[in-house]
Design a protein. Structure first.
Length: 466
């Protein structure tokens, strides 16, 4: 007899098992690709590390992204193809067995659409991008140990996003990221005074530094980034169309130069690309290759000897001097004029220098003659010690003044009076506000003092009293 309840329970159990297996497979990051890319990785067809896809490669229903994927960034390295859905930190790999696997543990997405995605020295980088109504200049790298993205700190910020305000090219051999961009304000900023001029900036992965000075594209050729259309990448740079020119150009970034490209080649390139559907583009030496995923076919376009004359495209930006700089220059001119007047005045006074020096010697002598015998004795001992680069102690002065055996208070009073009179007579004789004898606390015991001749007058006094 057919047991309906038994069969119902059996099918229910089988359904649960299937559901669990599917959920487990998804949780482990394994997904089913739309196309067989493993074959290309295995046979070496895909060799260039910098690839571009025209459409989405992932099946949306099989990916772990919570929204519909637009397109992906692709990088090939050491027999693995890395895929990064734009706007996310998610990373998948596909090996030669055509197995996709998610290798990251990131949670966030929607912050870096249009970021430049590349690999250098086995490290994945994601630079710049647009998300949450703002542009980013962050330089992110993927840490394989913790399976998370981290940032590199720099002293320059270059906010950009491919396809919005920038076009980028990565030189894999030199580790240089070139960025053609225009300055752009966040979407939420009311005053959108964006800079129209197109700049060229470069980040060096090795040194972790930007160029000190960016270049700009001649505004007579291109006024803003929207006038530049990228046609295809080459081994040396980018083939672009510029609205201000009748010819397409190849920009060779490492040379900071641009060349006109043969019109027939550009026509052939555009016509061939218009026939392609859902492809990955890359290049080998002098050949542009386009792998069509659904048709499993490769279209080759040979690119050689198609450069014509060089075009002067880049130049250093001329900056008008700021108001502060103009004021600084004017102040510098005024200062030079003042120095000139002072020098002329000094030259005119040189005639009287000898007479003035003689008068100073007479002033020192008349000052010394005005002292009584105790003041002279005190000055002599202090001067002699100062010439020998020594300071005079209280005991030495007390001995000269004959107060060594008197009590402490009387010693202080007499010594202070003698030193004070010497300084007063010096000020009066030379017409200065400086004192001649300086008093300083001793190094080892701050309760006691030492005396010396002021360094300003030591040499002059010693010469005058020889």
């Amino acid at each position: 007899m057919f047991n309906f309840e038994y069969m119902k329970a059996l099918f229910k159990t089988i359904g649960i098992v299937i559901l669990l297996v599917g959920t487990l497979s998804h949780a482990m990051g394994q997904i089913t690709p739309n196309y067989n890319l493993g074959k290309l990785v295995k046979d070496g067809t895909l060799q260039h590390p910098y690839l571009n896809s025209s459409q989405s490669i992932l099946n949306d229903e099989n990916s772990s992204i919570g929204c519909s994927t637009r397109n992906e960034n692709l990088v090939l390295n050491n027999g693995l193809l890395y895929l990064n859905p734009t706007g996310t930190g998610i990373i998948y790999t596909i090996d030669s067995n055509n197995e996709w696997k998610r290798i990251d543990a990131t949670c966030f997405q929607g912050y870096n659409f249009g970021a430049s995605f590349f690999m250098y020295n086995d490290t994945l980088y994601s630079v710049g991008g647009y998300g949450f109504w703002n542009y980013s200049g962050a330089i992110r790298y993927f840490d394989k140990v913790v399976k998370e993205w981290n940032i590199i700190k720099t002293d320059t910020d270059v906010p950009f996003a491919n396809g919005i305000n920038a076009i980028t090219y990565f030189d894999n051999e030199q580790g240089l990221l070139y960025i053609l961009y225009s300055d752009s304000n966040p979407e939420y900023y009311l005053n959108k005074s964006n800079t129209e001029k197109v700049k060229l900036q470069c980040y060096n992965i090795k040194s972790k530094k930007w160029w000190d000075k960016y270049l700009i594209i001649d505004q007579s050729i291109v006024k803003n980034i929207s006038q530049i259309k990228s046609l295809n990448a080459t081994n040396d740079g980018l083939i672009v169309n510029l609205d201000g020119l009748n010819h397409s150009l190849e920009i060779v970034f490492k040379e900071k130069k641009a060349y006109e490209v043969n019109d027939d080649f550009i026509t052939h390139l555009i016509q061939e690309k218009s026939k392609l559907e859902n492809y990955i583009s890359f290049c080998k030496k002098d050949t542009l290759l386009f792998y069509q995923l659904k048709k499993d076919s490769i279209t080759k376009i040979y690119y050689k000897n198609n450069r014509n004359k060089e075009i002067t495209l880049f130049k250093e930006e001329f900056k008008y001097p700021s108001l502060s700089l103009v004021i600084t220059i004017l102040l510098l001119i005024i200062a030079i004029l003042i120095i000139y007047v002072i020098k002329v005045s000094i030259i005119n006074k040189k005639i009287n220098i000898a007479t003035v020096e003689d008068k100073k010697e007479l002033d020192f002598k008349s000052f010394f003659d005005s002292l009584d015998y105790l003041e002279k004795d005190a000055l002599k001992i202090i001067l002699a010690n100062s010439i020998s680069n020594n300071k005079t102690t209280v005991e030495e002065i007390n001995k000269v003044l004959g107060t060594s055996k008197r009590n402490y208070k009387i010693q202080n009073n007499i010594r202070a009076e003698i030193i004070g009179l010497v300084n007063k007579k010096f000020i009066s004789a030379l017409g200065t506000k400086d004192i001649l004898i300086e008093r300083n606390r001793t190094t080892f015991d701050k309760r006691f003092f030492e005396y010396e001749i002021s360094p300003k007058y030591l040499k002059k006094l010693s010469v005058a009293l020889k």
